[in-house]
Design a protein around this ligand. Structure first.
Ligand code: NAD
Ligand code: TYD
Length: 360
């Protein structure tokens, strides 16, 4: 049994799908998962409805900062590993309200570490030796690159620029310290921007797909020349499985898809794909592109050097951006029920908060 925090979210939810599909493919018995999730606006049990229904996954609806709830879940389910995905994850929300980011990403990670360490310390020796705490983090902790800087490696100095990335950097430091000080068996992954099915439509790619289909403006921040290094979410999930199996304790691994793309090129790629798959009655989707006021403190470029994970672990992404974006756009065209479920009143409030004040 493994315990996954934040598995009703985008990456954690995809991870639950990947976990069972991968084990079946490798001929391994299905190993149950406990989903520990607060079900914030970003947590949608609909994403893992099949696994919850089959009993492969069990949901504990609680906050990682609630130490009693964490302790109780660990005692009840006795996991062999904890995979920590839970976080507040959207940079724009962290600009409007950083408090929740400190609560979940820093205080929550601290609480989880404390309770996990107490649980691990009294485990029987063989189980204790096999136990793992895998912390899922981001490349945003390294700050912003210029066009000519080398990509982020595991030794790049931390320089977070947003309340989101600062809170993730804080959580990474805590994880590091728990290994260094207590010998707690941690693994950390820092990955680049993910995209794929079940992506919450506040983030660039799903927002653009849905706005395009609904005839709304496609709001590109600033000059649209910021660069992100896109990673298909299932490639990330596979990387996490392999780091869990083969990672060296206390190490960090950067995970990236070698897909550095300017935002404007991401948006036009989506538009052209939609022109082909769901043509408009007149005009093209690109006509909806609108440049809007930039994000404050907007990081210019992220890029990951994945040499370490490729060499030590043997992981490589299976998808190119072309194949991954094709799967993603098709998934959003085919899954309108899921989209309707996640776009609640709270979602509409956020869209007003973030976009109403931006000048076109
Ligand atoms: P998400 O926002 O889609 O999902 C977060 C999940 O965590 C939700 O299910 C939410 O309900 C849950 N959660 C939030 N606060 C909680 C709390 N206090 N207690 C318990 N559960 C809580 O996020 P995501 O995009 O799936 O990201 C997962 C992890 O990957 C995060 O740690 C994020 O920092 C990291 N990451 C994401 C990306 C990306 O492109 N999405 C890139 C790099 C790293
Ligand atoms: P996002 O998906 O929020 O991820 P992150 O900020 O963590 O990289 O944004 C990806 C890029 O797209 C980022 O440079 C900001 C930009 N962006 C827009 O131009 N318009 C938007 O409406 C959003 C949400 C993002």
């Amino acid at each position: 049994m493994i315990l996954i925090t934040g598995a009703a979210g985008f990456i954690g939810g995809n991870f639950v799908h990947h976990w069972f599909e991968r084990r079946a493919k490798l001929g391994l018995p299905p190993e149950q998962v406990v989903v520990f999730d607060k079900l914030t606006y970003a947590g949608n049990p609909a994403t893992i409805a099949a696994q919850l229904k089959s009993g492969e996954a069990t949901l504990v609806h609680a906050d990682i900062a609630d130490r009693d709830a964490v302790r109780q879940a660990l005692q009840q389910y006795q996991p062999r590993a904890i995979l920590h995905f839970a976080a507040e994850s959207h940079v724009d929300r962290s600009i409007h309200g950083p408090g929740e980011f400190i609560h979940t990403n820093m205080v929550g990670t601290f609480s989880l570490l404390e309770e996990s360490r107490a649980y691990w310390m009294v485990m029987p020796e063989a189980e204790r030796a096999a136990f793992r705490f895998l912390h899922v983090s981001t490349d945003e902790v390294y700050g912003s690159l210029s066009d000519t800087d080398p990509a982020f490696s595991e030794t790049t100095a931390y320089a977070p620029n947003s309340p989101y990335s600062a809170s993730k950097a804080g959580s990474d430091h805590l994880v590091r310290a728990y290994h260094h000080t207590y010998g707690f068996p941690t693994l950390t992954t820092n990955c680049s921007n993910n995209y794929g099915p079940y992506h919450f439509p506040e983030k660039l790619i799903p927002l653009m797909i849905l706005n395009a289909l609904e005839g709304k403006p496609l709001p590109v921040y600033g000059d649209g020349l910021n660069i992100r290094d896109w990673l298909f979410v299932r490639d990330h999930c596979e990387a996490i499985c392999q780091v869990l199996e083969k990672g060296r304790l206390g190490e960090t691994y950067n995970v990236g898809g070698k897909n550095e793309i300017k935002n404007i090129d991401v948006v036009t790629t989506i538009c052209r794909k939609l022109d082909a798959l769901r043509p408009k009655e007149s005009g093209r989707y690109e006509d909806q592109i609108t440049y809007v006021t930039d994000r404050p403190g907007h990081d210019r470029r992220y890029a990951i050097d994945p040499t370490k994970i490729e060499r030590e672990i043997g992981w490589k992404p299976a998808e190119s951006f072309e194949t991954g974006i094709d799967k993603t756009v098709r998934w959003f065209l085919d899954n309108t029920e899921w989209i309707d479920t996640v776009r609640s009143g709270a979602y509409r409030d956020w869209i007003n908060t973030n976009y109403q004040g931006r000048q076109a």
